[in-house]
Design a protein around this ligand. Structure first.
Ligand SMILES: [Mg+2]
Length: 412
């Protein structure tokens, strides 16, 4: 199993940091975002405390009356959730530039699997410590550039370890755990650092003489299960750094541009498959250019004669808006899935759209002159008037269409 490269990104004191960003008079002061303290008689809890307030012992989820007693001189601010949600969207958009395998787990936290982007983001062949550092630094810089806020990032081969790592050197932290060192990294940490270990379980474990994750990992499974139930098995696995959970992808249909083509008769003719893929990429590229955008992720859909459907995606470093750039990726993916069976359907979709900010971070490929000429002619005469020389001679019924139904190429 090739090692994965997973990032856990956690914004630092998110709500409080946004308030300090937007109100310079709050910078350097203890700020508590949450319920109205009403002079210590208020109800409700602290949503976020700035790092200055944390020095007074104020923390998230603390009763606001307790926060008031700990730090009456803090500036107490009501939450502005609309504002925080809009900053959150900006952050997630930045993360999406690095990978489509993005799993937000709260308004200010997300997992990102960049395994598939490593080579293109760093110019290196495999995932390893340096790649993780390079990507995490670029990501932190991009978040800061876009939002003027800091994030802490943990980099590891699993979600669990990445999450533990991001929390170790807050704020503005970066902790990379190289593959193979997960158990050693976790061992000295207190058990409460483990995901799913709350105060109650921590107490139970303490009574068993288990204080560190290393002690937990070395515990006899039968003994642990007799005390805390079947949950003990999973807990041991986590303590040993074994966590194979995947970063859930959150596909956003509205955020992709795609074309697909169903062949009139299933085919294994390599030239026909290649031409079809090329024309699908041309069609997607044309729409990207019409929208004035670029895409960093290409997804190939492949269905064979037995209706087995596979999708493969790849995210590249530079935004693509030319048919050639998309085809280079599509062909690479195609060769990884195409076997001996005939092909029934091919589809190409693009996502991970770039805006001006992306252009600043990653130099996009310039649309080639040929693409621009083709666009100009298409604008005047309609789609498909000018086709690639290599497409001439293709069966007209094989022309791809946006809705995926094979139909005649339009000629106006
Ligand atoms: Mg946070």
């Amino acid at each position: 199993v090739p090692s994965r490269l997973i990032l856990h990104v956690d914004m630092d004191a998110f709500y409080a940091a946004i308030e300090q960003r937007d109100r310079p008079e709050l910078r350097g002061r203890p700020v508590v975002v949450g319920a109205d303290p009403r002079g210590g008689k208020g109800r409700g809890v602290v949503a976020t405390a700035s790092y200055e307030a944390r020095r007074f012992g104020v923390g998230s989820a603390m009763p606001i009356s307790q926060a008031w007693r700990a730090c009456p001189t803090a500036v107490y601010v009501r939450p502005d959730m609309d504002k925080y949600a809009s900053v959150s969207r900006e952050v997630m958009d930045v993360l999406r530039r690095f990978s489509d395998a993005l799993e937000p787990i709260s308004i200010d936290e997300a997992f990102l699997d960049v395994t598939g982007s490593v080579r293109l983001l760093t110019g290196r062949a495999t995932a390893h410590e340096d790649a993780g550092t390079t990507i995490a630094r670029a990501l932190k810089a991009a978040i800061r550039e876009t939002t003027s806020l800091t994030a802490s990032v943990g980099v590891a081969g699993s979600k669990l370890v990445a999450k533990v790592a991001s929390d170790l050197r807050k704020p503005d932290g970066l902790v990379v755990v190289p593959p193979g060192t997960e158990a050693a990294f976790l061992a000295p940490l207190p058990v409460r650092r483990l995901w799913g270990v709350g105060p109650k379980l921590e107490e139970t474990l303490a009574r068993l003489g288990i204080h560190t994750i290393g002690q937990l990992a070395a515990t006899d499974p039968a003994r642990l299960e007799s005390r805390i139930g079947t949950h003990g098995h999973d807990l041991l696995e986590l303590a040993r750094g074994a966590d194979t959970r995947e970063v859930a992808r959150t596909p956003d249909e509205a955020k992709s541009i795609g074309h697909e083509h169903t062949f009139g008769a299933d085919t294994d003719d390599p030239e026909r498959l290649r031409r079809t893929l090329l024309e699908l990429c041309d069609a997607v590229a044309r729409r990207l250019r019409q929208h004035g955008t670029t895409a960093r992720t290409l997804t190939l859909k492949y269905r064979d004669e037995r209706f087995q459907t596979l999708t493969r995606a790849e995210t590249v470093r530079a935004g693509m808006d030319s048919g050639d750039a998309l085809f280079a990726v599509a062909w690479r993916l195609f060769t990884t899935v195409h076997g001996r069976r005939r092909v029934r359907l091919l589809g190409v979709s693009a996502s991970g759209f770039g805006g001006p900010a992306q252009r600043a971070l990653f130099a996009p490929t310039e649309p080639r002159a040929a693409d621009r000429v083709r666009d100009a002619i298409d604008e005047r005469f309609g789609d498909g008037t000018l086709t690639r020389a290599s497409l001439l001679g293709a069966d007209a019924s094989d022309a791809p269409t946006p809705d995926g139904k094979g139909s005649r190429r339009r000629r106006k």
